[in-house]
Design a protein around this ligand. Sequence first.
Ligand SMILES: NC(=O)c1ccc[n+]([C@@H]2O[C@H](COP(=O)([O-])OP(=O)(O)OC[C@H]3O[C@@H](n4cnc5c(N)ncnc54)[C@H](O)[C@@H]3O)[C@@H](O)[C@H]2O)c1
Ligand SMILES: O=C(O)[C@H](O)COP(=O)(O)O
Length: 597
Amino acid sequence: MDSAGEKGLAGRPRVLVPEKLSPDGLALLRTTLDVDERKGLSPADLLSIIGQYDALLIRSETKVTEQLLQAAKKLKVVARAGVGVDNVDVKAATQLGVIVVNSPSGNVGAAAEHTIALLMALARNVPDACASLKGEKWERSRLVGIEVKGKTLGIIGLGKVGLIVARLARGLGMNVIALDPYASPAVAQSANVILVSSLEDLLPLVDFLTIHTPLITATKGMISSHELNQMKPGSRVLNVARGGVFDELALLAALESGHIAGAGIDVFTTEPPHKEPDSSAALLIAHPRCIATPHLGASTVEAQENVSIDVCEQVLHILAGDLPRSAVNAPLILPAEYKTLQPFVKLVEKMGSLYTQHYTGRKQSSPRDTFDLIYQGEIATVSNTKPLFAALVKGLTAPISDHAAGNVNIVNAELISKERGIFINEKKSRDASAQTYSSLITLIARPPSRSTSFSRGKSGSVFTNPAEAMGEASQHIISGYCSDNSPHISRIDRFATSFVPEGNLLICHNYDSPGKIGVVGSILGREGVNINFMAVAPARYSSNAIDVQPVDGSITPAKDRTNESLMILGVDKEVEDKVIKDLVSEGGVLNVNSVAL
Ligand SMILES: NC(=O)c1ccc[n+]([C@@H]2O[C@H](COP(=O)([O-])OP(=O)(O)OC[C@H]3O[C@@H](n4cnc5c(N)ncnc54)[C@H](O)[C@@H]3O)[C@@H](O)[C@H]2O)c1
Ligand SMILES: O=C(O)[C@H](O)COP(=O)(O)O
C-alpha cells in the first residue's frame, strides 16, 4: 500500500496501473492524478485494493470481472491500452456506470507488421535456422525455404489489422484474397484484395492463412480439422488475433500429420501457456514447426506510446467530466431524449444484432448490407431518429467486432456505417391504421444493389407507399414493438411471433408436427440446457414483404409451406455446436441458429 493512503496525495484522484504501460501517457496523468504502478498483483490483491481507485489502466492480462467492478466503488473508468476488450466485462461495467475506453487503432500497424514477421519467419525457417547455427550446426540443405512472391495469402477479417496485412503482403508480391462479410468491397478493391463469400471458397486457394477477427461466438474455433483439411497440403497458418480462433488441438494434429507445414502463432487460449503444461496451447507451442511469440503483436515502442497516450488522454477527459473519444460503452442517447427513445433504441439495437447473428453467421455468410429501417405509428413522429440509426449500426456490428461496435455513438454512427459498407434508408409512416401496435419498427435487409445509395438524408421522408418496400424474395424482415418499456420481436420473415430479445436464444426452423416440442426439450434437458421460455412463430405471412398482412391462422398462408414454423427458445447458457447438430439429426429440426442478445 502506498503512503498516500486511500485518498491519494492532496485528495487527488487515484489511478491504478497493474500492467506495463508506456511512461509517455502516464506522465500526462501525473500532473493532476496519483498514479500507482503495481505490477504482479494477484486477482485477490487487486480485489482488495480496487476500491481506492478512480481509474484502472490495463492491457490484456488483467481480468476485469463483474466481481472486481462491484468492489470498485469509486471507479469511473477502465482504460484498455490496446484494442481487444475481451478481458473486460463491459456489460457489468455499463450496468455499474463505469466507462470503458480503448485505443482502437494505436497498435494495429504493429500487429500487422508482426503478422508479416511471422509469415517471413515461417517461409524461411528463421527461428529453426538461428537455433541450429547457435547449436554449432551448418544445415543449409535442411533449411531451404519458400518465397512468398506469387503465393496466395488468405485473410479472414479485413478490418484495421487485416487491411494493413493485405497491403503489406501485396507489397511483397503476394496475391491476397479475403473473407469478411462486413468488409467494404470498395476498400477491398482499393487494396487489390479479392473478397470471397465463404471459407469453402477461400481455404483451398491459399498458401498462407491469417485471421484478424475478434474472438466472438462466430469466430471461436472457426478453423478446426474440417477447415484445415480443405487447405492445400503444405500450406501455412498465422494467428496474431486471439487464441481460440484456431482449434489448437486440431492445428497440432495437422502439423503432426504434415498437412500443415508450419504455424506462426502469437496468441493462445491460455496465456501464459506454461501455467498449464498440458494445455492445448502449451502442446502447440512445443511442436517443432510452430513458431510462437508471447502475445507480442502490439509490443513495439511506437505502438505502446500510441496506446498509452491515447487512453491516458481519455482518462483525463473522463475524470474532468468530459466525453472520451473511444468509449466502448458510450451513450447512444442524450438525457433529454432518454424517456421517449430509450426502449426503441434498445429494440433497434437488438433487431440489428438478431439480424447479424441469425442471417449472416459464418454458416450463411452471404453479405446483405442494404437496410430499410421503417418507423410506423407514434415512433414516426419523432424528429431526431439519430439514436435509432446509431443503435442499428451498433446492433449490426456488435456481434462481429469487439470494439468497433462499442465505439458506435450518435456522433460517429453514420461514418462507421459508411466505412463498413452498411447502407441504411430510414423511412416513416404516420399511418398506424394497419398496425396492431401504437409503434412498430421494421428492418428490411436486401442483398446489395448497385442502385442503392447511402442515405441518412432520407430520414425525414414519409413512407406512404408500402409497395416501395416490396422487394426480391431474397430479402429478410424483422419487426418489433415496445410494451412496458421492453422490446419485443413481432415478426421474423414470414413468421409472426412475440418474444423479448434478451439472453441466449435458439431459433429453430421446422415443420410443425406433434411431439416436436417434447423432442427438442428432451435433447436440451439431456445436455443440461434449461429452457427459460418458448415462443412459437407460425408462418402467417405469404412473403417477406412489409405490406403483406398476417392471415388468419386457419387460412393457408403459402400453399407448399403450411406447416412451417419457428420455435424460439430462451435458454440459460450458450448451446454448443454438438447440441445444435443433435437437434437437427435427432430432433428433426430443419435448422437451428444460436444467438446471444
Ligand atoms: N496480437 C496482438 O497483440 C494484437 C494487436 C492488435 C489487435 N489484435 C487483435 O486483432 C483482431 C483484429 O483487430 P482489428 O483492430 O483489425 O479489428 P477490426 O474490428 O478493425 O476488424 C475485425 C474484422 O473482423 C471481421 N469479422 C468479424 N467476424 C467475422 C467472421 N465471422 N468472418 C470474417 N470476418 C469477420 C469484421 O467485419 C471486421 O472487419 C482483434 O481480435 C484484436 O484484439 C491483436
Ligand atoms: O488487443 C490488443 O490490443 C492486443 O492483443 C494487445 O494486447 P497487449 O496490450 O496485452 O499487448
